[in-house]
Design a protein around this ligand. Structure first.
Ligand code: ATP
Ligand code: MG
Length: 138
């Protein structure tokens, strides 16, 4: 059954001009792009998005980074979308990511790692609703 997940092309990848290449990789892997936009978010908006990580030592750096430049939040759809996107992204630390994955190809460090992908159905639902209205998701 078809499933939706949420992804963000992060400020490092956007700034380096990798957006189109990453979207091409996503399309080649069979994902349909249901919604996408280019926006810049405030630190407070990044803190709301990453609230589950509020107690982590990297929280301040992460939210500073995510509000440092434009990002492309998007909703993607395919069978097994959540797990398949995580696989296409590669490990959180690009040094540990498999060859051919988006993080291996486009990311520099564990902090600035090119792409976000939801990790479960409940987080995908929260994250889609954080960035998109129902009317944008037909
Ligand atoms: P994401 O949620 O962005 O898809 P992930 O699920 O692979 O990535 P999480 O553990 O959810 O990883 O961490 C969220 C984000 O926080 C990571 O993508 C990374 O940008 C940052 N992060 C995680 N661990 C570290 C760390 N040890 N040092 C710096 N930043 C980190
Ligand atoms: Mg995560």
């Amino acid at each position: 059954m078809s499933q939706r997940t949420f992804s963000i092309i992060k400020p490092d990848a956007v700034g380096k001009g990798h957006t189109a290449a990453i979207l091409a990789d996503i399309a080649a892997a069979g994902f349909k792009i249901v919604a996408i936009k280019r926006i810049s978010i405030s630190k407070a908006q990044a803190e709301g998005f990453y609230a589950v990580h509020a107690a982590r030592p990297f929280f301040a750096g992460l939210t500073e980074f995510m509000s440092s430049g434009p990002i492309f939040p998007m909703v993607l759809e395919k069978e097994n979308a959540i797990a398949d996107l995580r696989k296409l992204m590669g490990a959180t630390d690009p040094a540990k990511a498999e060859a051919g994955t988006i993080r291996k190809k486009y990311a520099e460090s564990i902090g600035e790692n090119a792409i976000h992908g939801s990790d479960a159905e409940d987080t995908a639902a929260f994250e889609i609703g954080y960035f998109f209205a129902g009317i944008e998701l037909k």
